[in-house]
Design a protein around this ligand. Structure first.
Ligand code: NAP
Ligand code: ZN
Ligand code: ZN
Length: 350
């Protein structure tokens, strides 16, 4: 099925209209008309060739909300007309221990999980993502959406920004009695603040942008720290159970590890294209602190997060854009000027 999309033809070429071919639904496939797609910093890293391995033309987008157009004959969970979501993965081996545990993002199969965009499929071009009018996905990787129709654009970023913060917060036990820091109040970070607060943790937001202090409180932070201000940072020494670091650029990690209490963990989810300065070992060994990492979230926990959000009326704070405005959106993202996620209205592509 020929499908309208927006693609980058090289790391330095601006996005432009492009036509891609979507497969007709096989027995287990769901064909989806895309209504909204969030704009993740990973889209920018990939399209601009900041991470290795981008294949061009590149059609990013992995925060997809759409309407089912057709389903294969073995599909049981979805029917035409239903509103569904697709996140960062569209396939995995389904047989390894990770897939068995519902953590497909850590798939041990020969190629790991298949990303919704730029994912190798063997032979043909890499996968094309949500900056397009439609997508065909195996039902295993399609999520149920239970939010009200008016909220659908603001639900789209839950499919990456939401699950990528939810998964580590749950894994490291954010909840009542815990002090949790969220570093970087962008697309991921603003959801980290909302989730940490909703899970009952004492939540501290760290930002480099003084203009985001009031917003961070409104998002649910109990305290907000301007991380460039040493005096503000010092007040929190040795006090955090967990810090979730979403920053998209290399920075000094020591300033944050020093804030962890004994046995505390800083989980990195931000994935800058060049390394952070090497962290100081003394900061880690003296209080048995850890620096860890976390990738996306599995399909079962993504559904759990979406259901939690529908029940607790949680959505993302978004600014809607047209597909044609994607270059401006990327430029603003690089200036930390996003409140707090751009979402593309796919009607603009038609
Ligand atoms: P984003 O919306 O651009 O937010 C990143 C935030 O980091 C900025 O808003 C800014 O917040 C802060 N920041 C940026 N540059 C900084 C610097 N030099 N020093 C300190 N803070 C800085 O990006 P995003 O979409 O949330 O993505 C964040 C990162 O996570 C990206 O690298 C992305 O690729 C990665 N990611 C990882 C996963 C995963 O599974 N691990 C999944 C999705 C995305 P303040 O203005 O508050 O300082
Ligand atoms: Zn993402
Ligand atoms: Zn697997």
């Amino acid at each position: 099925m020929l499908t309208k999309a927006f693609a980058a033809q090289s790391a330095t070429t601006p996005f432009a209209p492009h036509t891609i071919d979507r497969r007709a639904p096989g027995p287990k496939d769901v064909a989806i008309e895309i209504l909204f797609c969030g704009v993740c910093h990973s889209d920018l890293h990939t399209a601009r060739g900041e991470w290795p391995g981008t294949q061009y033309p590149c059609v990013p987008g992995h925060e997809i909300i759409g309407k089912v157009m057709a389903v294969g004959k073995e599909v049981s969970r979805f029917k035409p007309g239903q509103i569904v979501g697709v996140g960062c993965m569209v396939e995995s081996c389904r047989t390894c221990a990770q897939c068995h545990d519902g953590l497909e993002q850590y798939c041990d199969g020969p190629i790991g999980f298949t990303g919704t965009y730029n994912g190798p499929v063997g032979g043909g071009p890499n996968t094309y993502g949500g900056y397009s009018a439609a997508i065909t996905v195996d039902e295993h990787f399609v999520l149920n959406i239970n939010h009200a129709e008016k909220d659908l654009a603001a639900v789209a970023p839950l499919l990456c920004a939401g699950i990528t913060t939810w998964s580590p917060l749950k894994h490291w036990g954010a909840g009542p009695g815990k002090k949790v820091g969220i570093v970087g109040i962008g697309g991921l970070g603003h959801m980290g603040v909302k989730f940490s607060h909703a899970l009952g943790a004492h939540t501290v937001a760290f930002t480099t942008s003084t203009g985001k202090v009031a917003d961070a409180k409104a998002l649910g932070a109990d305290e907000v720290v301007v991380s460039k201000d040493d005096a503000q940072m010092k007040k929190h020494l040795n006090s955090f159970d967990m810090i979730l670091n979403t920053v998209a650029a290399p920075h000094n990690l020591d300033a944050f590890t020093a804030l962890l209490k004994r046995d505390g963990t800083m989980a990195l989810v931000g994935a800058p294209s060049t390394p952070h300065p090497s962290p100081a070992v003394f900061n880690l060994v003296f209080k048995r602190r850890s620096i860890a990492g976390s990738l996306l979230g599995g399909i079962p926990e993504t559904q759990e997060m979406l259901d939690f959000c529908a029940k607790h009326d949680i959505t993302c704070d978004i600014e809607m854009i047209k597909m044609q405005d994607i270059e401006t959106a990327y430029a603003r993202m690089l200036k930390n000027d996003v409140k707090y996620r751009f979402v593309i209205d796919m009607a603009s592509l038609k």
